[in-house]
Design a binder for this molecule. Sequence first.
Ligand code: DC
Length: 223
Amino acid sequence: MINIAIDGPAGAGKSTAARKAAEKLGFIYVDTGALYRTVGVAALRRSIATDDAQKVAAMLPEIKAELKFKDGVQYVFLNDEDVSKEIRLPEASMAASNVSAIPAVRAFLFDLQKNIAKNNNVIMDGRDIGTVILPDAQLKIFLTASAEVRAKRRYDELCQKGTPVEYDALLEEIKHRDYNDSHRAVSPLKAAPDAVLVDSSDMTLDEVVDKITELAKKLGDGE
Ligand code: DC
């Protein structure tokens, strides 16, 4: 199986670029952030503080998280309920960032991610895919962009949806999440030593997709 790992901070354009590249390559696109968001939602629903490691860990035996794929689209299930929409609510982002710092949560989601990659050609996107989940991935990409560019992209996206939020507030949230994700003790966000660094600050989405598919095609050439 061919495994491609894409890691990087929130808003670097990983998910859109990885999804499009997977489509071109005929691979399954796996968004692992959705799993952390699902655990975050499970905690929110129980009114558990998402940074309370003990309480969140104690909840884990009660939950089942699953990914399902239909026509190339990923759906995430919490105890057999489709929560794909709920995990995108803004409160789920910070909840996910908090629970993702808890070692028991990372251990809980480890096998699930590994098994998908064992049985499928995948482009898997996350924060620790190249470093922890798939250290033997044939291709690792670390996709980044400046915090300002990422905040601007998010700002434009929300304006298009008709739900504008202050740019400064978005920038602050992005910086806060970056800090959380890079400074946690377990599996912090960092590039694997053998990852290809791609800075998308001055690249269009299509350029990023081309870069990923170009690197993936080289694998087939045995380079
Ligand atoms: O990619 P995302 O924004 O949906 O991720 C939500 C949170 O989950 C993010 O704050 C970091 C965390 N995460 C992680 O720790 N490891 C991953 N492989 C994916 C996401």
